[in-house]
Design a protein around this ligand. Structure first.
Ligand code: CMC
Length: 375
């Protein structure tokens, strides 16, 4: 008797050497390295290289990788036009998806081969930095501009967005966020990319699938929803009443809580929480942080016994806000961070285990019916 697995829960679709998660102990590693240690001590380029090429790069390898990314920061003019012509109220992640999809047009009949794949990586990383920074610029009525590489990927990205140096601490927080969100085994977005890549479609199309799946509030949109939740609460004194009325009475789910894999705290949370604390400067940022901490306390007290704890999206929105980004950019920043992880997974899948993904559905509809034409 066939059975279905709703949500593909406990279904394994690939072997991986990339990310290890122990959801009971709250451990997460990229190729054996603790993710918080990488976030603290390495850089986006180094961690990306590790995931995509298989080792921590030597000085020379890192320099070469950075050079290649910097050579690919300029976007083709038609992508500038797509970003420029997006309606004023267009969703930032939607523009990113459209731009990636447009770039796929030049890769019809892409030949998946390790050499080809590795050559494309710096181009995609350069392109996506440029796409996302220009989405921010357009939304802020700044002219489109090709970024200029500066020190590292995170600093280049922030300068490309804000046209100024936002300081060492904010650059470090951005770098850490890019690393912490870089990969998470195969959540809905990465799985979507793998499904697309399994048809031997191209890399940009696979990324487009991933970005589409990232959008939803149960996945990538959670940081934005969590922040909106803090805004809705408004003041630290309102937290308990809001929690009782909305969460305990089952009207809403507590956003930034719960996870399909973790039964304890999401390990990445610790670094995000540290930055949320350190970077809170304005009255509003301090107020939001206080609301978040109070809410987290109530959430853990009420749901901890069910294995529902704080996930990484609870504090990441606060950090993005403190770096200087508006709410509408949060999911797009997550998207930018996740590109290396998605690429690493689709390459791993196609290069080592390629098989078209084609599951089945159990038919439960009516039996054979006779078709009768209307007249
Ligand atoms: N608030 C209240 N109750 C919850 C929550 C929550 N955040 N999460 C799970 N539960 C309860 C749920 O009501 C259910 O209870 P019962 O068995 O009594 O009906 C039980 O826990 C199991 O829930 P589920 O939806 O079957 O579990 P899941 O593994 O599908 O949930 C989840 C994963 C992320 C969809 C869910 O925890 C959720 O909706 N969280 C809020 C949204 C959120 O924070 N999303 C970000 C996820 S992490 C980032 C990422 O990986 O993309």
């Amino acid at each position: 008797m066939e059975e279905i697995s709703p949500g593909l829960e406990n279904v394994y679709i690939k072997y991986t050497d990339l990310t290890f998660i122990d959801g009971n102990k709250g451990i997460m590693r990229y190729r054996g390295y603790d993710v918080n240690e990488l976030a603290e001590k390495s850089s986006f380029e180094e961690a990306s290289y590790l995931l995509l090429f298989g080792n921590i790069p030597s000085k020379e390898e890192l320099k070469d990788f950075k050079n290649k990314i910097s050579e690919n920061l300029a976007l083709p003019p038609y992508i500038h036009e797509i970003i420029k012509n997006a309606p004023e109220n267009a969703d930032a992640l939607g523009i990113m998806q459209t731009a990636l999809s447009a770039l796929s047009e030049t890769y019809i009949n892409y030949q998946w081969k390790r050499d080809n794949d590795l050559k494309l990586i710096p181009k995609i990383l350069g392109n996506t930095l440029s796409i996302v920074s220009n989405i921010y610029r357009i939304k802020n009525k700044l002219p489109i501009k090709d970024p200029v590489f500066d020190k590292n990927y995170a600093t280049t990205f922030l300068k490309a967005c804000f046209d100024k140096d936002v300081g060492e601490e904010r650059s470090m927080a951005m770098d850490s966020a890019l690393i912490l969100y870089m990969d998470h085994e195969i959540p809905a977005s990465t799985t979507s990319a793998i499904v697309t890549a399994s048809t031997l479609s191209d890399m940009y199309s696979s990324l487009t699938s991933a970005i589409a799946a990232l959008r939803g509030p149960l996945h990538g949109g959670a940081a934005e929803s969590a922040y909106k939740q803090f805004e809705e609460i408004g003041y630290p004194d309102n937290v308990e009443t809001w929690f009782n009325k909305n969460i305990l009475q089952g009207k809403k789910r507590l956003v930034g809580f719960g996870h399909r894999v973790y039964r304890t705290y999401d390990p990445r949370l610790k670094t995000f929480k540290k930055y949320a604390d350190e970077l809170a400067e304005t009255e509003n940022q301090k107020k939001m942080l206080e609301i978040a901490k109070k809410l987290e306390g109530l959430g853990v007290k009420n749901f901890g016994s069910k294995g529902i704890y704080t996930n990484t999206d609870f504090y990441s929105g606060l950090v993005f806000n403190e770096i200087g980004f508006p709410l509408y950019m949060f999911t797009t920043l997550f998207g930018l961070s996740r590109i290396s992880g998605i690429l690493a997974h689709i390459m791993e899948y196609v290069e080592t285990q390629e098989r078209l993904i084609r599951p089945r559905a159990i038919y439960k509809g009516p039996g054979e019916k006779k078709y009768m034409q209307v007249d």
